[in-house]
Design a protein around this ligand. Structure first.
Ligand code: SF4
Length: 380
């Protein structure tokens, strides 16, 4: 008994010592991180890092001759949204990237632009439109180029979902980390009123979710909260869909994109007038309160959206949609990334604070964040 008592007191003594040392280490570590998420720390480091590796991995990127001579003095375009087309098969009344031109850059120019961005620090690209699946071969080429040739950490796509096929995903899904689909309501009539509806958006959404799950692609959902859907209560269906992120944007008015007069929209069907879709901040908050318990829920107010996205348009110019009239920089093909970036405002702090850095590669694709995974009845 005496032996066991001695052993017990020694073990307790060791445990107490370990807890004290562990506590001190934890305290010091948390003071070092300053309360920020490790993701933020890592990305802040990379935003300032000027020695990112080259594409072939042989030489640091800053040893290559670059068009951006002052590459070290600007904020790195870590995550870029490249809208290579404005053409779309839908007519959402609030669309803020409308078909002002039908231009699509040549394959050479697109690749050259993406290479410049990679050399300047891009590690994630998000392809957006318009509707990208109107150009399935171009989209496939771009995804493969970014993943294989440029070796980007993350390649993602945002689509309205109507033209996505299982065959395309089977052939090219290996180059895609995240597939985001826009869906504003689980009521088909509401979708049709908004202009994105086909009458089978929800069926197609579950289909795409199943394909993504089978192919190991992360599935994301985007919803624009507007006057037609702010009172929707959709938590249950979201849990069934189980996206790893559900981004909910407050509808945004952008000068020169969706602020046309009714007369103009009647004359030109490509123009948009978002006025009847606009909601108050309180209405957006009410929607958020109903859904904020979902782990995948990521709300974005107008304020956060306006300048936290780095948007590249079809001419490979940056766009600033956040401050009055939409502003377009010179093309990165002409002046380089650093000079073009200086012509627009990109709020890097807002990018970080909206959670712009997240687990964006496909390694965790088999599970979502909002549910228990697809039930058997939904796995199609
Ligand atoms: S918001 Fe609607 S119209 Fe605009 S690009 Fe997206 S799906 Fe097309």
């Amino acid at each position: 008994m005496g032996f066991f008592t001695a052993l017990l007191s020694t073990t307790i003594g060791q445990l107490v010592t370990a807890l004290v040392i562990g506590g001190i280490a934890l305290l010091l570590t948390s003071r070092f991180w300053g309360g920020r998420r490790p993701d933020d720390i890592a990305i802040r480091g990379r935003l300032q890092d000027t020695t990112a590796g080259s594409i072939d991995g042989s030489t640091p990127a800053n040893k290559h001759p670059q068009p951006d001579e002052d590459v070290e003095s600007f904020t790195k375009p870590v995550s870029v949204n490249y809208h290579f087309t404005r053409k779309c098969n839908k007519v959402c009344g609030f669309c803020f990237h409308t078909e002002k031109t039908s231009h699509v850059a040549s394959e050479d120019d697109m690749k050259r632009g993406l290479k410049l961005l990679k050399d300047a620090g891009m590690i994630k690209v998000n392809f957006a439109g318009g509707e990208l699946f109107l150009y399935p071969s171009k989209l496939a080429m771009l995804c493969e180029y970014c993943k294989v040739d440029l070796g980007l950490e993350s390649v993602s796509i945002i689509s309205n979902g109507t033209k996505i096929t299982e065959k395309w995903l089977q052939n090219h899904g290996k180059y895609v980390d995240v597939l985001g689909v826009s869906c504003d309501s689980f009521d088909e009539d509401t979708n049709i009123q908004i202009g994105r509806g086909t009458g089978e958006n929800v069926t197609q959404l579950f289909r795409i979710r199943g394909w993504c799950r089978n192919l190991g692609i992360k599935f994301k959902l985007n919803t624009v909260v507007c006057s037609f859907n702010w009172e929707d209560r959709t938590a249950e269906t979201i849990e069934q869909l189980d996206p790893f992120r559900w981004k909910c944007f407050q509808v945004l008015e952008v000068q020169d994109e969706n602020d046309a007069s009714t007369t103009d929209t009647d004359l030109d069907k490509r123009k948009r007038n978002a006025k009847r879709f606009v909601i108050t901040d309180e209405q957006f908050q009410s929607f958020c309160q109903q859904h904020q318990h979902l782990p995948c829920f990521v709300p974005e107010s107008n304020e956060l959206m306006a300048s936290s996205y780095l948007i590249l348009d079809e001419y490979l110019c940056f766009l600033d949609k956040g401050h009055g009239r939409e502003k377009q920089s010179s093309s990165i093909l002409k002046v380089g990334v650093a000079a073009a970036l200086k012509e627009v405002h990109w709020d890097q702090e807002a990018f970080l604070s909206r959670g712009g850095v997240y687990d964006w590669s496909k390694d965790m694709a088999s599970t979502g964040a909002c549910g228990e995974g697809l039930g058997k009845d939904l796995a199609w």
